[in-house]
Design a protein. Structure first.
Length: 58
């Protein structure tokens, strides 16, 4: 399933997956076959940053 294009839906989707299934962003990207840099850039463009201590974007 492709990732949502809307940054707010993308944020919600990724944070849900990180909370419920993956212990890190790297694990999420590897298992889901996503480009980590592209994902981080897409969310950064909307003002969100990944926080390793909480394993979430905010």
């Amino acid at each position: 399933m492709p990732l949502p294009k809307d940054p707010y839906i993308l944020l919600s989707y990724v944070n849900m997956k990180l909370r419920d299934r993956y212990s890190s962003l790297d694990e999420f990207c590897e298992e889901e076959g996503e480009d980590r840099d592209a994902l981080v850039a897409a969310l950064a463009a909307a003002g969100f940053t990944y926080h390793t201590e909480t394993n979430s974007f905010g």
